[in-house]
Write a protein that binds this ligand. Structure first.
Ligand code: COA
Length: 260
């Protein structure tokens, strides 16, 4: 597959994936998700790949979210499908990847961008990075696993606060609450992520894969929170508040919500 929206390079047994839509702050449109799914599948089945480094092009954004312009006119069913397809092909695929995936968060990681970083096994952030789940400003909730993965990383109280206030937090705060593993100056971001991956490369590959699988199984529960998230995300698309939130973003004005 030829990529138009991501760069993918295999070097020294590490697969470097860069989301490459800097003019749109690397927002995840459909093609980008298809390409990401392909690159991650390759990482999983190629014996040459021992780890993945995922980052965004430029120094402004890791990923500023799902591409809002693409789903502005979606209905409930389309909204639910958007979340389900993305979760299965990209976000869960990353989380369940047999090779360690490190997110190098080089700027804004918002909405689907933070969800993408949270699906990765390890997160290193530049000190300039800003993180948040602003979906409620659009009349939505996170739909790519954010309600589940944020809660697992930082606990219910902080997760609900971040999601319902929609506030961005600094890299320093993200480290303090356990959302990222480490914060480094932007100039050292990629080398820090490489250092980690090169250390993992020295360890037993099958044991690394087994450890990822076992840690992922922690907290598996009977009620599938990811499924609840997909359904609730879909329902948001049937509300007038969603129409208002998305229109306001695209028209570059403040949203006025009526709770309908
Ligand atoms: N979807 C689609 N386009 C997006 C986008 C997204 N999630 N995030 C940014 N862009 C686009 C902007 O529309 C703009 O495009 P344009 O130049 O063609 O008008 C371009 O990227 C640059 O963004 P801009 O908003 O001008 O940059 P800024 O520095 O003023 O603000 C942000 C940066 C990150 C605060 C702002 O872009 C933003 O709030 N983005 C949306 C975040 C969000 O709600 N994500 C969750 C989606 S579910």
């Amino acid at each position: 597959m030829t990529y138009q929206n991501i760069l993918s390079e295999l070097r020294d047994n590490l697969l470097y994936i860069t989301i490459n839509r800097a003019a749109k702050l690397n927002a995840l449109n459909k093609e980008t998700l298809v390409e990401l799914a392909d690159a991650i599948a390759f990482a999983g089945h190629s014996d040459e790949v021992r780890g993945v480094l995922l980052t965004g092009a430029g120094d402004k954004a890791f990923v500023a979210g799902a591409d809002i312009s693409e789903f502005a006119n979606s209905n409930v069913e389309e909204g639910e499908n958007l979340a389900r397809n993305g979760q299965v092909t990209v976000f869960d695929a990353i989380a369940n990847c047999t090779k360690p995936v490190v997110a190098a968060i080089n700027g804004f990681a918002l909405g689907g961008g933070l969800e993408l970083a949270m699906a990765c096994h390890i997160r290193i952030a530049a000190d300039t990075a800003k993180m948040g789940l602003p979906e409620v400003t659009l009349g939505l909730i996170p739909g790519y696993g954010g309600t589940q993965r944020l809660t697992a990383l930082v606990g219910k109280g902080r997760a609900i606060e971040m999601i319902v206030t929609a506030e961005m937090i600094s890299a320093e705060k993200a480290e303090r609450i356990g959302l990222v593993n480490e914060v480094v100056p932007l100039s050292e971001l990629i080398s820090k992520a490489e250092e980690l991956l090169n250390k993992i490369k020295l360890r037993a590959p099958l044991a690394v894969t087994a450890a990822i699988k076992a840690v992922n199984a922690a907290g598996d529960v009977i009620i599938n929170g990811y499924e609840v998230e997909i359904e609730e995300f879909g329902k948001c698309f049937g509300t007038a508040d969603f129409q208002e939130g998305v229109s306001a973003f695209l028209e570059k004005r403040k949203a006025v919500f009526n709770g309908n």
